[in-house]
Ligand binder design. Structure first.
Ligand SMILES: [Zn+2]
Length: 343
């Protein structure tokens, strides 16, 4: 069975492709982190190599090997394990050598399966040389070889690569749909399912990951606490935080951008509450705290600060001085007004 939750349009599309045998030689799956791009890619690889009548069965030797990452004809080039740093931009990327390895492997026929699949998780992180190298492979399709490219957005995938792929977009699930899937498929208790589906914003892969690795949720809460602490922190503490974030930015730009996205989410919740749209907030488990903060702050200040965070994120991508940019942002955290009886 197709194990990906939701995404019925994309699954129907692939079912039809399997029935007719009309397959593109390269697909580009677009969607946010944890939306299910890798799960879909694994399911497609299983469906094409399944040994049973109703592929993907998830149970035959081939399906199980693919799920465990042990099938010799299904290779995953993952961003987590293969990132290199561009020496001039210090940006993490997939280098040309990884793509050359794939090219060499693509020249050989499937070894134990019916199809050979190459899953490239991070098509938006290919270096220019790697993208050009991959282009040659995409221009000359091999028999029984498929490329599945995964990317968060098309913005940073070279147009020449996009034009050679069949593009499919995966959307986050509705919170209710994600909640139901967590209860029905993973046995999660209703209240926790509601919380995880809301915090994941419908990107159910994150919610499922927190069930397997409890530290993920703990880290989320820790990061969130630091952001909330900064509201009460003095300038010295804020500048220490800014320095730490700027140092992290030198090592990994994307992680810093993710931290700043966390800032936007918290402050968006405060803004939503301020404007009376409490039902739309993400951090439902700390709603009362956020309501208190919202009461103590001015609407304009909240709006301007969210804009400050967004401008900081944009400026960081333009290679400004990271420490200066983050310090300036930290100076603009709205003051709490008319607070009676402490925090
Ligand atoms: Zn199977």
């Amino acid at each position: 069975m197709w194990q990906i939750v939701g995404q019925s349009k994309v699954v129907s599309y692939f079912k039809k492709c399997l029935e007719t045998g009309l397959l593109a030689h390269a697909y580009l799956f677009i969607g946010p982190h944890h939306v299910g791009k890798m799960q879909l890619a694994i399911n497609v690889a299983q469906a094409l190599n399944c040994q049973e009548d109703k592929p993907p069965c998830s149970e035959c030797n081939s399906c199980q090997k693919i799920a465990q990452g042990k099938h010799v004809d299904v290779q995953v080039l993952s961003v987590d394990s293969n990132l290199e740093k561009n020496k001039s931009t210090n940006k993490a990327e997939i280098g040309i050598e990884k793509i050359r390895q794939i090219q060499r492997a693509a020249n050989l026929p499937p070894f134990e399966g019916k199809y050979k699949l190459f899953i490239i998780d991070g098509a938006d992180l290919l270096s220019l040389e790697a993208a050009n190298c991959l282009l040659k492979t995409l221009e000359e399709p091999y028999n029984k070889v498929l490329f599945l490219l995964l990317a968060k957005t098309t913005k940073t995938v070279p147009p020449t690569v996009i034009s050679r792929c069949q593009q499919l977009t995966l959307m986050p699930l509705a919170v209710d749909e994600a909640e139901k899937a967590l209860i029905d498929l993973h046995g999660v208790q209703k209240q926790k399912a509601r919380l995880l589906s809301t915090l994941s914003k419908g990107c159910i892969g994150w919610a499922i990951s927190t069930l397997k690795d409890k530290k993920l949720l703990e880290h989320y809460y820790e990061d969130r606490e630091v952001i909330l602490d900064m509201i009460h922190a003095d300038y010295e503490e804020r500048f220490i935080y800014a320095t730490r974030l700027a140092d992290q930015y030198k090592r990994n730009r994307e992680i810093t951008q993710e931290v700043l996205k966390g800032w936007v989410e918290i402050w968006r919740d405060i803004l939503l509450i301020k404007t009376g749209i409490n039902k739309a907030i993400t951090n439902i488990d700390i709603q009362k705290r956020l309501e208190q903060l919202s009461r103590d702050m001015n609407l304009c200040d909240i709006r301007y600060f969210i804009n400050d965070i967004l401008v900081t994120m944009i400026n960081l991508r333009k290679n400004v001085n990271a420490r200066l940019a983050i310090e300036a942002m930290m100076m603009n955290i709205p003051e709490r007004a008319q607070v009676k009886g402490g925090s």
